[in-house]
Write a protein that binds this ligand. Sequence first.
Ligand SMILES: CC(C)(COP(=O)(O)OP(=O)(O)OC[C@H]1O[C@@H](n2cnc3c(N)ncnc32)[C@H](O)[C@@H]1OP(=O)(O)O)[C@@H](O)C(=O)NCCC(=O)NCCS
Length: 145
Amino acid sequence: MVAADVAAVEAIERDGFINPYPPNTFMAQLALPHARVTVAERAGTIVGFCNYWLLADELQLLAIGTHRGHRRTGVAQALFAHMGQAAAAVGAATALLEVRADNHGAIALYQRYGFVELAVRRGYYSDGQDAVVMKAVLPWLDNVT
Ligand SMILES: CC(C)(COP(=O)(O)OP(=O)(O)OC[C@H]1O[C@@H](n2cnc3c(N)ncnc32)[C@H](O)[C@@H]1OP(=O)(O)O)[C@@H](O)C(=O)NCCC(=O)NCCS
């Protein structure tokens, strides 16, 4: 992601996420050495993004989103393939994420890459929803073909 992409990424996030990040979060990511935001494009249009951190030997997935009109067409799958390569390049051994317990679509996606439940944070989100902490061993499975 470059600065010119931020508005498109924020639009996908605002439309798709129940708890979007505060304004300027994505712009701020550009200045963090351990942070990456990668966009997926189709025909020159941004259709998805992932925001992750590579810290020590861990990949932390902060957010992944696909434009509503492009879901279930392999965008997240392409972003996961990219993150797998980025993690391998720095020798990351594990991946961690937090997801709303009621986000069954995202959890199904993560399970296909080998993520398993590590812990539940009760009432973690502002609406009282639990957060599920999930962990995967790298290189992750790619059961999505
Ligand atoms: C979750 C999300 C990122 C998935 O993106 P996507 O580009 O549609 O995912 P893909 O097309 O690459 O799906 C790959 C596989 O993941 C699984 N999957 C993805 N979305 C799913 C859903 N809603 N229900 C069940 N399985 C799902 C499927 O196994 C899918 O393969 P298939 O379509 O051949 O069955 C997208 O639905 C989204 O942006 N949701 C809103 C934001 C969000 O909740 N992000 C996650 C929390 S940070």
